[in-house]
Design a protein around this ligand. Sequence first.
Ligand code: ATP
Ligand code: MG
Length: 211
Amino acid sequence: MTIQKNPGKLSVGIMGGTFDPIHMAHLVTAEEVRIQFDLDRVVFVPSGNPPHKEARNVSDQEHRYLMTELATISNPYFSVSRVEIDRPDEELTYTIDTIRYFHRHFEGKANIYFITGADAILEILTWKDYRELLSICSFIAVTRPGYCLSKLEETIGAACPEALCNIDILEIPAVAISSTLIRSRVAEGKPIKYLAPEAVTQYIIKHGLYR
Ligand code: ATP
Ligand code: MG
């Protein structure tokens, strides 16, 4: 799909994630989507208290926020939002609330594109109010090594066929990096050079994260 640019409206990509830590694949994804879809900006939204990450101990949100700031600082089209991490601690954060927030924030003058990797979009039927979510913003699902987007049609098509026209698939240069990989390499004392931006690597060392 080519985005029909509306002169009165911004095109805003929202890149949600736990970012524990943010890594090169997140940045490659956001920049490739920005260029291919001619977005005016991409806002990174570190997750607050996401329901699907309850099982493991996620790093303190201020660490994740600061690493995301450090990683995105050199790209004028990138910014970081505190909308999810500033929610009260005990409240679970849901993407639907975040998208509603951005619609209010831009006073309805922005087309919102939620950017996800293949693994995340394949789970969308488990997200809160997914039908409404798929109707109030468009999704850009990027390829990710190890996940097959050809299952998307059968997964979402069966439950919510009308949503399929609101999801675009973009093939990005394959980068088989995950935050899980980085955390386990740090825990094993292995180097993580070039897997994350240098400033993020230094931040991890300085604060003794993932040991
Ligand atoms: P974890 O291993 O802790 O789950 P992660 O690497 O999957 O971390 P997240 O913060 O969970 O990173 O992901 C944020 C978003 O970035 C998700 O939509 C995810 O699918 C996407 N993403 C992460 N890594 C990649 C990758 N290597 N290629 C494409 N998309 C990715
Ligand atoms: Mg993940």
